[in-house]
Design a protein around this ligand. Structure first.
Ligand SMILES: [Zn+2]
Length: 337
């Protein structure tokens, strides 16, 4: 066991924090006790036990990291990522995700990710997928009020953390192939959103190594002595590395890559809603500028048609979020200037 992992569980225990992902094995057990049997449960259990939570208490994060390590050839990167432990937990702090500066005796590194951010990203992804259905509505005779009701519930769920209604029963009313389409966009976009935040944190540890920085075609923030410039560079570099990793992992599949890339932009929207200090002075570059920069890089990967349709859909999502997000009375989402 890595010291970072040990520390994570100890800290979670001392501070009385939940780390919900560990509930998965318990949940499977409970469901079996109640006599519920399903292939999905078997698969989940197999995964949970075979990986033994080696890299994270989240099976999902563990898989993303393994996926990247399988395709990355640079050994210095393997060494750094191998020393990391990714902890997902309920955080009462304002932090969304962070790398710990604490030095552990075995040189392991703790990366922390809040469950709240993960849930918020899931909710924004749900609206994005529902908005996608508007376009299919006319061709497939979907009733418009069904989709409108779904959006209404999804907005409600973002506004009210405590009482989530969910749209699952509405999804079951959709024709089979539309339901499958919705699910495909959802799982790819959600994976893209989580992977972006995860590899942004990884990027913080990679970019301070000047050789690795060169490998990613960027200048390490260690090259500057100006502290403001350094802080800004750290963030730009972490975003840049994360997007390059995602392109490596998910790019090149014409049918699905736009879904992953949408996930990156969805992550920014969720971060914007979750950030309590959006209009305060910060040493971080503005989220809006980071969003724009990410969009520029993504546009180069996609056809004009795909990038325009992503933008069109995200504008609808942003418009809806503007109505509920508490952004100090200001509208964050004004992309058409
Ligand atoms: Zn950062």
């Amino acid at each position: 066991m890595k010291e970072a992992e040990h520390y994570f569980y100890q800290k979670a225990y001392c501070e009385g924090k939940n780390e919900r992902e560990k509930w998965i094995p318990e949940l499977i057990e409970d469901m079996r006790k109640e006599g519920i049997e399903h292939k999905v449960l078997d698969d989940l259990q197999k995964k949970a036990s075979s990986y033994g939570y080696k890299r994270s208490n989240s099976i999902f994060f563990h898989e993303l990291i393994e996926h990247y390590l399988k395709i990355e050839r640079k050994s210095e990167i393997h060494v750094i990522i191998d020393s990391m432990w990714f902890g997902l937990w309920d955080s009462t702090e304002k932090k969304n995700a962070a790398v710990y500066n604490q030095v552990f005796f075995d040189d392991s590194i703790l990366v922390q990710f809040s469950t709240e951010l993960e849930i918020l990203m899931r909710k924004v992804t749900e609206i994005f997928c529902t908005v996608d259905l508007y376009e299919l509505m006319l061709d497939n005779c979907l009733p418009e009020n069904l989709i409108n009701q779904m959006v209404e519930i999804e907005i409600h769920d973002i506004e009210n953390e405590e009482e989530e209604r969910g749209v699952i029963e509405y999804l079951f009313q959709l024709p089979e192939e539309i339901y499958r389409f919705y699910n495909m966009i959802f799982s790819n976009a959600f994976k893209g959103a989580c992977a972006f935040v995860l590899f942004h944190e990884v990027g913080h540890k990679l970019e301070v190594n000047s050789e690795i920085a060169k490998y990613f075609g960027i200048e390490s923030s260690t090259q500057t002595t100006d502290s403001h410039r350094k802080d800004m560079m750290k963030e730009w570099n972490a975003d840049n590395i994360s997007i390059q990793i995602l392109i490596k992992m998910f790019g090149g599949n014409d049918a699905t890559d736009w879904m992953f890339y949408s996930g990156i932009l969805i992550a920014f929207m969720a971060l914007a809603i979750n950030s309590h200090s959006l209009f305060e002075d910060t040493n971080h570059p503005a989220l809006k500028n980071r969003y724009r920069e990410a969009k520029n890089v993504i546009d180069k990967q996609l056809s004009k048609f795909d990038s325009e349709s992503i933008e069109y859909r995200l504008n609808i999502v942003g418009d809806k979020l503007n109505k509920v997000a508490k952004w100090g009375g200001k509208k964050w989402w004004v992309m058409k200037e």
